[in-house]
Design a protein around this ligand. Structure first.
Ligand code: CA
Length: 231
């Protein structure tokens, strides 16, 4: 079952949205400020975010940008700010859709369903596939990696980490997130493990591990897999 996160400081609106979503059998969580909203959105608990733009503690535009930097779940903005310039700006920051208040709750639910179904079909398509980037081929089904058509041996964790990063290109992940994702437990004090694995992966896929072009270090944050377009 899909879980929807509502970030909205007006309780009555949040409850209205929640009621309609629950009628369509969604699970719903509500956060009333930006800080907790961001934390919830990044918790991997939710499949879609409904975001109000005017919140007591944080600019909704900034919040949208921060969510999008870290996760690709659909974001639907619901706001009374209805100038075209706001819509263009928020869509430019990575929101998937925009609904102007006052809105029809049934229409909002229809849009939630449409975005979830598109997102789920995209995610399914990216499973069980072969990822090819330049001279690297990652066969996720057979769990094998080829560099310049030669198979290169990866340990299980190295493979998981590479496949995860390459499946989510251009997104920055913190070392904590990567550790949790790959090792399945929280990572207090385990950041070095991630660093070591990234180093080993680089030695296997990069032409020059000292100047990596695939797994980029984002200083102070973590890593991202950069999609390279040599053409
Ligand atoms: Ca508001």
């Amino acid at each position: 079952m899909s879980k929807i996160l509502i970030i909205e400081d007006e309780r009555s609106i949040a409850e209205l949205e929640k009621d309609y979503l629950e009628l369509s059998h969604f699970e719903v969580g509500i956060e009333e400020n930006g800080e907790q909203g961001l934390e919830a959105a990044l918790s991997e608990e939710f499949n879609l975010v409904i975001l109000d733009l005017i919140l007591p503690d944080m600019d909704g535009f900034e919040l949208c940008k921060q969510i999008r930097e870290r996760t690709d779940i659909p974001i639907i903005v619901v706001s009374a700010k209805c100038e075209d310039i706001d819509k263009i700006r928020i869509l430019g920051l990575g929101a998937d859709d925009y609904v102007t208040k006052p809105f029809s709750p049934s229409e909002l639910v229809a849009r939630v369903k449409a975005h979830l179904s598109r997102y789920n079909s995209l995610t399914r398509a990216s499973e069980n596939e072969v990822i090819e980037i330049d001279d690297i081929r990652i066969d996720k089904t057979a769990r094998r990696v080829y560099v310049f058509d030669e198979e290169v041996f990866f340990t299980s964790r190295e493979f998981d980490l590479l496949a995860f990063l390459a499946s989510n290109p251009n997104r920055v992940f913190t070392k904590e997130e990567l550790f949790k994702k790959i090792w399945g437990v929280s990572s207090i004090g385990e950041n070095a493990t991630v660093t070591v694995h990234v180093k080993k992966i680089r030695e296997k896929i990069e032409k020059n591990a000292a100047k990596p072009v695939y797994i980029e270090t984002v200083w102070g944050i973590g890593y991202r897999f950069k999609l390279y377009n040599p053409s």
